[in-house]
Ligand binder design. Structure first.
Ligand code: FBP
Length: 264
């Protein structure tokens, strides 16, 4: 098993994962304000920025577009995912095997676990297969750890986010991606609950430059090892500018103010 710090998706102990699985998870509606981004190649271009340590996509996008970017982008293949058309209890179909992900050049595997869903047991069993297959290929596993379901009214409650990071550690993820629990203290507890596993913050819907960068700053100060982000980067008019700022906040641990001043 390769230490996670030696993986190409980690740079100086941190990661910045650019996610673009939204066409599946949310549908084309996420691209309405930026219709040119419906072409996945435009987001792969963004992922060639030095700050981006991996791009997270589903199998079909990887097959079609990754071959043109394999020298410049590290591939995180998300092996499960479900559309917004599905109206049942939270669940996620396993759409790609780890063997096939490795064959098409994945540097890491991504998997969503909805702890608390009525389907948690099957999802955890699917994760077991994925995690063990990933170990055989020496591929790190990033868990989208999103507690959700009938019994969970608030999916960003501090105790829920600490439980989410702990689930990642207990089940053998290398990195858990969680939503920001609302304060630096709560994020610090969630990072502690993760033991030696890395925690990255989930981007969320698009906010102002300052609001977004200051939340990332608070998460990094609390011990998060970076960010997995989609809309807050590629829904912007100038994704390069926000990536320049994120590079400073994540890797240099600069403040949001300093990063904005240096990049705008
Ligand atoms: P964002 O930064 O745009 O929130 O993307 C991160 C991500 O985890 C994507 O990988 C995924 O498609 C989306 O969020 C799922 O968001 P949600 O389940 O909260 O609607």
């Amino acid at each position: 098993m390769i230490p996670i710090d030696d993986s190409p998706i980690v740079r100086d102990d941190k990661s910045l994962i650019l996610a673009m699985d939204h066409g599946l998870e949310h549908g084309p509606v996420d691209f309405e304000a930026v219709p040119e981004k419906l072409d996945p190649a435009t987001v792969f271009e963004t992922a060639t920025h030095d700050a981006v340590s991996a791009m997270a996509v589903q199998k079909g996008i990887a097959e079609g577009y990754y071959p043109s970017y394999e020298d410049d982008v590290n591939l995180l293949l998300k092996v499960n995912g479900t559309s917004n058309l599905w109206m049942g209890e939270y669940d996620s179909a396993v759409n790609c095997s780890v063997d096939y992900a490795a064959e098409i050049g994945a540097d890491a595997i991504g998997f969503t676990l909805y702890g608390g869903s009525n389907h948690e047991v099957e999802m955890a069993e699917e994760f077991r297969d994925v995690q063990e297959a990933a170990r055989e290929h020496d591929l790190p596993v990033v868990m989208w750890s999103y507690p959700r379901g009938q019994g969970l009214k608030n999916d960003t409650k501090p105790s829920t986010i600490s439980y989410a990071t702990r689930l990642g550690l207990e089940l053998g993820a290398d990195i858990a991606k969680v939503k920001y629990p609302g304060s630096s203290e709560a994020m610090a507890h969630a990072c502690k609950a993760a033991g030696d596993m890395k925690v990255v913050m989930s981007g969320g819907s698009k906010t102002s430059d300052y609001e977004f960068l200051s939340t990332v700053e608070a998460a990094v100060r609390a011990g998060a090892k970076g960010l997995a982000v989609g809309r807050n980067v590629w829904q912007r008019e100038n994704p390069t500018q926000i990536l320049d700022a994120l590079e400073k906040v994540i890797y240099d641990e600069a403040t949001a103010d300093a990063a904005l001043e240096a990049t705008q």
